[in-house]
Design a protein around this ligand. Structure first.
Ligand code: NAD
Length: 258
């Protein structure tokens, strides 16, 4: 039986891990690429090898991405007799947005965010497009509300995420009608132990952290994972080139000092 296939970068932890788990639960096969070997080994234990392929890959490294996609094709042919891809989630990247004051930002440090978020998304998209065309698949880029608004000293992260939004609409126009391409802008998503819905009422957050959100809580990785699943589904068949904020309404709140 053919299962839909998703490739998830940064798929071993946080938002990527929640997306991996949700899609596996919904009957997908998942290839999770992540540079953190320990997290990859831990994820690898959780599902049978025919369902979940894990690979230690730095998505900003051209050769590593090329080798990973070769390995993926072999795994697909073995398990599915097909090299089609239904979904690519470009999620990997350095999640800490603070790069420090611009006057002190070294070029090498600027590149950490550009390479992990933007170059990684480019390399994985380029490698995945032939398979995505076969299945009329979808791409979901994980950007950030910081592509649209800022705190101080986050220039490289903001620029990389803004670049991802622009790449999203550019790709949507280039790859349609075969492939839909959308982005998600998460707000504050707690990727620590608080992420479980069962712990929703006992978070390690201050009341002000929760209450400032129009929905009354900070986000969980599952909030983003559910949006990825929606954008990958036929229900989103008329949506491409867009970004959707998953931020509990924070970016719609007007804030003036009292
Ligand atoms: P996380 O650190 O928990 O997970 C990111 C994963 O990506 C890690 O497993 C890490 O090893 C991997 N990774 C980083 N660089 C990589 C590279 N070059 N190659 C391969 N793997 C790499 O972070 P998260 O909070 O789950 O963030 C996931 C995505 O969501 C990121 O793109 C982040 O910028 C974005 N985001 C997160 C939040 C939030 O509040 N958590 C908000 C907005 C956007």
């Amino acid at each position: 039986m053919t299962h839909p296939l998703a490739i998830i970068t940064g798929g071993a932890q946080g938002i990527g891990r929640a997306t991996t788990e949700l899609l596996l639960k919904e009957g997908w096969r998942v290839a999770a690429l992540d540079r953190d070997a320990e997290a990859v080994a831990e994820l690898d234990e959780t599902h049978p090898a025919a369902t979940l392929l894990t690979m230690v890959v730095d998505v900003s490294d051209e050769l590593q991405v090329k080798e990973a996609f070769f390995h993926l094709s072999d795994w697909q042919l073995e398990n599915d007799q097909s090299t089609g891809v239904d979904l690519l989630v470009n999620n990997a990247g350095v999640a800490d947005p603070v790069c420090g004051p611009i006057e002190e930002l070294a070029l090498a440090d600027w590149r950490i965010w550009q390479e992990s978020h933007l170059t990684g998304a480019f390399l994985c998209t380029r490698a995945a497009v032939p398979g995505l065309r076969q299945r009329r698949g979808a791409i979901v880029n994980i950007a950030s509300t910081r592509a649209l608004q800022s705190e101080p000293h986050c220039e490289s992260y903001a620029a990389a995420k803004g670049g991802l939004l622009s790449m999203t609409h550019a790709l949507a126009v280039s790859l349609g009608p075969d492939i839909r391409v959308n982005a998600i802008c998460p707000g504050w998503i707690e990727t620590g132990p608080w992420q479980k819905a069962s712990q929703r009422n006992t978070p390690a957050h201050r009341a002000i952290d929760r209450d400032q959100h129009p929905v009354g809580r900070v986000g969980e990785p599952a909030d983003v994972a559910a949006t990825v699943a929606f954008l990958a589904s036929d229900k989103a068949g008329f949506i491409t080139g867009q970004h959707i904020s998953v931020d509990g309404g924070m970016s719609k709140k007007m804030i003036y000092a009292e």
